[in-house]
Design a protein around this ligand. Structure first.
Ligand SMILES: Cc1cc2nc3c(=O)[nH]c(=O)nc-3n(C[C@H](O)[C@H](O)[C@H](O)COP(=O)(O)OP(=O)(O)OC[C@H]3O[C@@H](n4cnc5c(N)ncnc54)[C@H](O)[C@@H]3O)c2cc1C
Length: 384
């Protein structure tokens, strides 16, 4: 990558990736402006919806573990600086038969990265965590380095910390176009063009609009979340119940303890996540068969919940074809940084995505970047 003198940086998108990147850039003394088409935080993108999971034992691969450990440190730093609690380290458990691929991958990762963990059999799980009904052949793999985020508060904390370091936010400022010219990178908004030394694209599910990636590479998908009432609320709060990921023949889901009111949030994984043709047109409607299938799964696997989905909602996220994010300079113009395609993973390691992007902006390289995230697997260099 060519070394450029960078002073002024635009960040397009004020979700968790954009705000964390703004924090990391501004804390290094760069002049940062964040453009957000709505407000920061908002509930239109991927960074909202009451809760998110942090995990250290990573079924996606041990190569992510160093990034997760460093992210954890940055989350702690953010909470201390902002005097806000946004991550509760309540622990986490992956439940299923040991031979199930995701359960096996969690055990393999814990061993490969030498991480604290416990494999708990079905009988012990019933005593320790009666919130979960296990079949005889199932185990729980406990990760003490897991927890639950409050996503809206987390975005707020990152926004406020970036502002404390001098970042400026332009709300309701949609970026219409990004253009490379010799002296700078131009951003077009309804208020006219503005030139920057570098531009970071952190547009989440809108990634295919400005980044040079198309929908075949990074697709906006619809995810659904449902809340089920806990009969004994205190047994289902983070102090008594870890976050969990479930893999069973009847269904798979992420499960989040009660943080607001009386509902345990269930995010089904075993039902297809539909491609959204138009990311601006996220339907609220959820097919009754999707709700019913989730209710049946909850009835069988979560004995402390009433199996009635009392609240349902739809969300969107940008997914790449290989499931890894796209993070680094664009091969088309290395003054343009891509931080998109988080593929359902981005919240937990967002501070390190911001740090990696800041390394690239400042130095042209990053020791923390992962090869699997390179943009050049999707975008090729232009022929000169
Ligand atoms: C339901 C659900 C559950 C998830 N669970 C987890 C989990 O448990 N753990 C985890 O780590 N991750 C999880 N994820 C993934 C994680 O939440 C996302 O990877 C992360 O929030 C993505 O943040 P982002 O900033 O890239 O996107 P967003 O939050 O969508 O932010 C992008 C922003 O860009 C703005 N924007 C777009 N285009 C423009 C434009 N042209 N001009 C100006 N602004 C623009 C949008 O308005 C938006 O605010 C989950 C995702 C979803 C949807």
């Amino acid at each position: 990558m060519t070394a450029h003198k960078t002073n002024r940086v635009a960040v397009v998108g004020g979700g968790i990736i954009g705000t964390m990147t703004a924090w990391q850039l501004a804390s290094r003394g760069l002049d940062v402006t964040v453009f957000e088409q709505w407000n920061t935080p908002n509930d239109r993108g991927a960074s909202a919806g009451e809760s998110r999971i942090f995990r250290t034992i990573y079924k996606e691969g041990p190569e992510y573990v160093p990034l997760l450990k460093k992210s954890r440190d940055k989350w702690d730093e953010l909470q201390a600086c902002q005097h806000m609690d946004v991550l509760d380290m309540c622990g986490g458990v992956t439940i299923g038969p040991p031979s199930e691929p995701d359960v096996a991958a969690v055990i393999d990762c814990a061993k490969a990265a030498d991480l604290d963990h416990r494999v708990i059999n079905a009988k012990e799980m019933a005593e320790e965590y009666p919130q979960f009904a296990l079949d005889e052949d199932e185990v729980g793999v406990y990760d003490p380095g897991a927890g639950i985020f409050r996503p809206e508060l987390a975005v707020l904390a990152a926004r406020n910390e970036s502002i404390r370091h001098g970042a400026e936010y332009r709300s309701y400022a949609r970026v219409l176009n990004i253009r490379s010219v010799a002296s700078c990178v131009m951003i077009d908004t309804a208020d006219g063009p503005i030139g920057f030394d570098s531009v970071v694209i952190a547009t989440g599910p809108w990634a295919s609009e400005l980044s040079g990636l198309d929908q075949a590479m990074v697709a906006a998908k619809r995810l659904v979340a449902m809340w089920f009432p806990a009969m004994n609320v205190s047994l289902h709060q983070p102090r008594s119940m870890p976050i969990s990921i479930r893999r069973n023949d009847v269904g798979g889901f992420s499960c989040f303890p009660v943080v607001d009111g009386a509902g345990v949030k269930i995010l089904p994984h075993h039902l297809p996540w539909q491609d959204l043709g138009d990311v601006n047109d996220l339907p609220r409607f959820i097919e009754p068969e999707t709700v019913r299938a989730t209710e049946q799964t909850v009835q069988r696997l979560m004995p402390g919940l009433d199996p009635t989905a009392v609240r349902v909602s739809t969300w969107t996220e940008g997914f790449t074809t290989d499931g890894a994010p796209v993070v680094g300079p664009s091969p088309l113009d290395d003054r343009i940084m891509l931080a998109v395609g988080m593929s359902g993973q981005g919240f937990k390691f967002s501070p390190m995505i911001g740090s990696i992007i800041s390394d690239f902006v400042e130095n042209g390289s990053s020791r923390d970047s992962l090869r699997i995230m390179d943009p050049d697997r999707y975008i090729k260099e232009p022929v000169r």
